[in-house]
Design a binder for this molecule. Structure first.
Ligand code: SAM
Length: 214
């Protein structure tokens, strides 16, 4: 049984220099690379599971012409941060204060995103969450996932954080990209591109999947 992460200890200021410089600079570069050839004719709708600071949702709203973005998070502080950072985006914003395992809807989106989320759950729950990502993606739509992956560098830096007593992600288990690709394949999604960032730090893998049309 994993000890759940206390998300109240997560970023308390998404505009902090250290966060922008050490995390988002790399994260946004990796996102831009994954999405390089993805374009849409009409304005799109996006869903994010676990929007946290809202910084990645904001980046997606700037990268695409977005009609509406829907963000789900069950933590009040995180949802408030998302609200603040998304206040000036040029599209409709819907923030749902909800445990995403209770999310039920027939609505389908052009892009479904989560970053830093699926690695916090046991395999069975993770698969349940991946299923929610998949059923929320329209046929021919895209699902985009970022998660930590187990490199030597990841374990080295994680150990240092743990020794210093500053590791907060108590239920995080890094995932092999191949495992996630196989699980998504069983849900009718094909990986079309992947990349990593923080190769020499707490390595993160990103994969973009396309839903098969039938
Ligand atoms: C690593 S953060 C996401 C970071 C985010 N992509 C960003 O741009 O800052 C993970 C988020 O998932 C949320 N979360 C975790 N479990 C959840 C659940 N069962 N239902 C809804 N949100 C959840 C947490 O509250 C946290 O804000």
């Amino acid at each position: 049984m994993r000890n759940p992460t206390d998300w109240n200890k997560y970023w308390d200021n998404p505009d902090a220099f250290i966060l922008k410089y050490f995390f988002h600079r790399h994260q946004f570069k990796a996102l831009a690379d994954l999405l390089k050839n993805i374009n849409f004719k009409d304005p799109i709708e996006i869903l994010e599971f676990g929007s946290g600071s809202g910084a990645e949702a904001k980046w997606l709203c700037q990268r695409f012409k977005v009609k509406k973005i829907t963000c789900i998070d069950s933590n009040d502080n995180m949802l408030n941060q998302s609200r603040k950072i998304l206040a000036n985006v040029q599209c409709e914003v819907d923030l749902l204060n909800l445990d995403f395992f209770n999310y039920e809807s027939d609505k389908q989106y052009d892009i479904v995103y989560s970053g830093g989320v699926i690695e916090h759950f046991e395999p069975e729950k993770r698969y349940e969450l991946l299923k929610k990502h998949c059923s929320a993606t329209r046929p021919d739509g895209f699902c985009l996932l970022y998660f930590p992956t187990p490199t030597k560098s990841y374990w080295f830096f994680r150990k240092i954080y743990e020794i210093l007593g500053i590791w907060i992600f108590t239920d995080e288990v890094p995932l092999e990209a191949d495992v996630v690709i196989e699980e998504m394949k069983s849900l009718n999604f094909n990986a079309i591109k992947s990349n990593i960032f923080w190769k020499h730090f707490l390595t993160e893998a990103g994969i973009i999947f396309k839903r098969n049309p039938h």
